[in-house]
Design a protein around this ligand. Structure first.
Ligand code: NAP
Length: 246
């Protein structure tokens, strides 16, 4: 259903995983999509080709979200090519797990740089530049509610993202821009699957009463709702998309 003609969406971390599913979904809903990536140029270009072949509009944009200048350049490119930005999906993120006692500085600094500063860098540009009526969707995690061992630093970066979400939703008063966060549960992407045994994956998949892992498309559907006219009355909220795990 193409309801979003002439609207543009930036999706950070869209080369793979949940971000790629969001880019596909928003493009099929009619958005022109900026497929942001850090290192996976080939995957991002392949996705843009796929979107164009299906009749959609998309471009790639390399930018490490932890680099504020690179994020500003990505917004410049979106404005130059598509005339403005209406939707920001702050999806790029990394996850490194360890007990707090075993966490080194690199584990802490990299997650702060990408998950928190990266989200902030794009939020700052969006606060300045998003067209009235726009939408911002940040990415948290249901682990903020579950508070599992080993997730301390990762969950802390996402709890901070939830706080930025609520406060920015108020700061954008008067511009008809909504700011929300989606907080997935375990979802079948490299971020979740890599380094876990089949038994652990199975156990975590069964933590929700629907008894399966989330798929990237499940999360993309929640984002598409928040970005759509139907989602327009939801503002400043965290939507846990996890099959009922918490
Ligand atoms: P993923 O499969 O590992 O994909 C991560 C994406 O982020 C890739 O496209 C990657 O691009 C990009 N990225 C990483 N660092 C970046 C940087 N510095 N600048 C720009 N892009 C960067 O992860 P995912 O599972 O789809 O996760 C997406 C979001 O959902 C994350 O915020 C994550 O915390 C959240 N989440 C995931 C789960 C889950 O179970 N999967 C659960 C809860 C929340 P390159 O390939 O170019 O590096």
């Amino acid at each position: 259903m193409n309801t979003q003609h002439n609207r543009t969406a930036i999706v950070t971390g869209a080369s793979r995983g949940i971000g790629a599913a969001i880019a596909r979904r928003l493009a099929s809903d009619g958005f022109a999509v900026i497929v942001n990536y850090a290192g996976s140029a080939g995957a991002a270009e392949k996705l843009v080709h796929e979107i164009e072949t299906a009749g959609g509009r998309a471009i790639t944009a390399q930018a490490d979200v932890s680099d504020a200048d690179a994020v500003a350049r990505m917004f410049n490119a979106a404005e130059a090519i598509f005339g403005g930005v209406d939707v920001l999906v702050n999806n790029a993120g990394i996850m490194k797990l360890a007990p707090i006692g075993d966490s080194d500085d690199a584990l802490f600094d990299s997650q702060i740089a990408i998950n928190l500063k990266g989200t902030f860098n794009a939020l700052r540009e969006a606060a300045r530049r998003l067209r009235d009526g726009g939408r911002i969707v940040n990415f948290s995690t249901s682990i903020v509610g579950l508070r599992l061992e080993n997730y301390g630093v990762y969950a802390a970066t996402k709890a901070a993202v939830e706080t930025l979400t609520a406060i920015l939703s108020k700061e954008l008063r008067g511009r008809s821009i909504t700011v929300n966060a989606v907080a997935p549960g375990p979802t079948a992407t490299a971020l979740f699957l890599d380094g876990k045994s089949p038994e652990l994956i199975e156990r975590m998949a069964k933590m929700n009463p629907l008894e399966r892992l989330g798929m990237p498309e499940d999360i993309a559907a929640a984002v598409a709702f928040l970005a759509s006219p139907d989602g327009g009355w939801i503002n400043g909220q965290v939507l846990r998309a996890n099959g009922g795990m918490i």
